[in-house]
Write a protein that binds this ligand. Structure first.
Ligand code: MV4
Length: 504
């Protein structure tokens, strides 16, 4: 049992964790860099200590200093948030050695899932489907890989074992081009992770990225909280997440199947605390384990909105040695949640990061809206950290209602002083493919452009009619079939048939 937690992070996630602690009566300790002296997480915590200069290496990545501060101020646990030290097995182990609880899994689970080839082999042994590819955990030479490649078949992917985030990943169409791609993949992986080891997987084309949230306690209970759809991303940066996935939607059998497989993957590494299993899911609902994220994720709020489970509070309970507060049979997703990541970047200029002082901001509020943010008027967005300003999360009884609510919230939201991607999200909400839930991981890069979307904006009334019909359809699906037979209604159903064509 502990009653003081050090939050080894910054920004919106540090604020989110402090809020959970406060509700549980736990004292909070913030740490900050010189760039964050005035930050919200510093003001919000009970105590705050300086780490060092602005660059992460000299501040939020200084595990030694963080542990030293925790010991001096009497904190008994460290919550790492996401990014920075969250998935460093050595940091988790160092916390334990210093007598501090780490709010996350054991170092051995972090390490097993951190090496993507080890993770693949471990979950495959437990009966979790993986994409066909190289097997085993040892390092493979270029000669080994060139020999194994034809057996896997082309096109295939070279992936870095230390990987994640698409770094060191190369698509290979034929054996001829493979040696040169192996070389560049190894070089990129070496530069990014200090480890040039790679493995091979068959390329799954046109897949969706669907992930399952799991929670596991020290008593051996493991549950899943359903899925999140994360296919709306650009260059491996997620931009929007929703739960449920439009692709899973009311297929409860598929949801439970994915959930059970995710639980098995977690059990394969004796996982404890909150974690996420990522899957690739193709159009025929074949699914393959991609990787496991052994941390709290940016997009956890969409799961919280539809399940009613406070994931951060559960993390703290688990670390305190308590059993999960929910059983699997108590978890029933209710309604629909969507999260837009609001980034300080210019959507009209190749999404380049934007910096500067936030001179004015007005947050959307009202029914079904949640904003997780770490900024305020006067805050200086610096180039040192990621460009996330806030997460705008909405809940609706149906997906249609959630989309209408997100449109309303994006319209209310004002941020002055730095460029931001609110216009991108507004155009995305107008996209017929997005409305119909018809998208995969290639959608943003290959099928969505802000320029053409801007032109489409001229028919706003059409969009409103389309969405209104979508909502009406979802709410009265059964009655709709009866009404549809009535010929006099055809004009009103023009929009519905357009939407249904999109879904095919
Ligand atoms: C794949 C794949 C297709 N086939 N693996 C990208 C990042 C890394 N975590 C895994 N990634 C992928 N692995 C096979 N065998 C496609 C991707 C991928 C992707 C995955 C999730 C979300 C967005 C993505 C965008 C491009 C490629």
């Amino acid at each position: 049992m502990f009653d003081k937690v050090l939050i080894a992070n910054r920004g919106e996630i540090a604020v989110r964790i402090i809020r959970a602690c406060r509700e549980l009566g736990i004292h909070t300790v913030a740490v900050f860099s010189d760039a964050d002296r005035q930050a919200l997480h510093v003001r919000y915590a009970d105590e705050a200590y300086r780490l060092g200069p602005a660059p992460s290496r000299q501040s939020y990545l200084r595990g030694d200093k963080i542990i030293e501060i925790a010991r001096q101020c009497g904190a008994a646990a460290v919550h790492p948030g996401y990014g920075f030290l969250a998935e460093r097995a050595d940091f988790a182990a160092a916390c334990h050695q210093a007598g501090l609880a780490f709010v996350g899994p054991n170092p051995s689970s972090i390490a097993a899932m951190g090496d993507k080839a080890v993770a693949r082999a471990t979950v495959a042994r437990a009966g979790v489907p993986v994409v066909p590819g190289t097997e085993g955990e040892g390092a493979l030479s270029d000669d080994d890989l060139l020999t194994l490649a034809p057996g896997i078949g082309f096109p295939l992917l070279i992936k870095a074992t230390a990987g994640g985030g698409g770094k060191g990943m190369r698509e290979v169409r034929s054996l001829d081009e493979m040696p040169i791609l192996l070389q560049s993949a190894r070089r990129e992986a070496e530069a990014a992770f200090g480890d040039g080891n790679v493995y091979l997987e068959k390329l799954v084309e046109g897949a969706r990225h669907i992930e399952i949230q799991i929670l596991a306690d020290e008593q051996g209970n493991v549950i899943h909280l359903g899925e999140r759809e994360c296919s709306i991303q650009r260059r491996h940066q997620k931009l929007l997440e929703e739960s449920p996935s439009p692709f899973v939607a009311d297929d409860e059998e598929f949801r439970q199947k994915l959930g059970a497989v995710a639980v098995r993957a977690a059990q394969a590494v004796s996982y404890v605390n909150a974690g996420t299993i990522e899957f690739l899911v193709d159009k025929d609902k074949n699914y393959y384990f991609l990787e496991m994220n052994t941390r709290l994720q940016v997009e956890h709020p969409v799961t919280e909105m539809v399940t009613g489970v406070d994931i951060v509070k559960e993390q703290l309970r688990i670390t305190r040695g308590r059993a999960l507060s929910h059983k699997q049979e108590d978890i029933h997703p209710n309604g629909w949640a969507i999260e837009c990541r609001i980034n300080a970047e210019d959507p009209y200029n190749n999404f380049i990061p934007s910096t500067g002082r936030i001179t004015h901001t007005l947050l959307p509020t009202g029914p079904g809206i949640r904003v997780d943010t770490g900024v305020y008027i006067g805050f200086e967005v610096s180039p040192y950290y990621d460009s996330l300003i806030s997460k705008l999360i909405v809940w609706g009884a149906t997906r249609g209602e959630a989309i209408l609510r997100m449109r309303r919230a994006l319209e209310e939201y004002r941020i002055l002083g730095v460029r931001n991607n609110i216009p991108f999200h507004q155009r995305l909400m107008d996209s017929h493919r997005f409305m119909g839930g018809q998208y995969d991981t290639r959608f943003i890069e290959e099928r969505f452009s802000l320029e053409t979307a801007e032109e489409a904006r001229s028919n706003q009334p059409e969009v409103a009619a389309l969405l209104a019909t979508l909502v009406a359809h979802q709410q009265t699906e059964r009655a709709a079939h009866v009404i549809l037979r009535n010929e006099r209604d055809t004009s009103n159903w023009k929009w519905l048939s357009r939407w249904e064509r999109l879904r095919r």
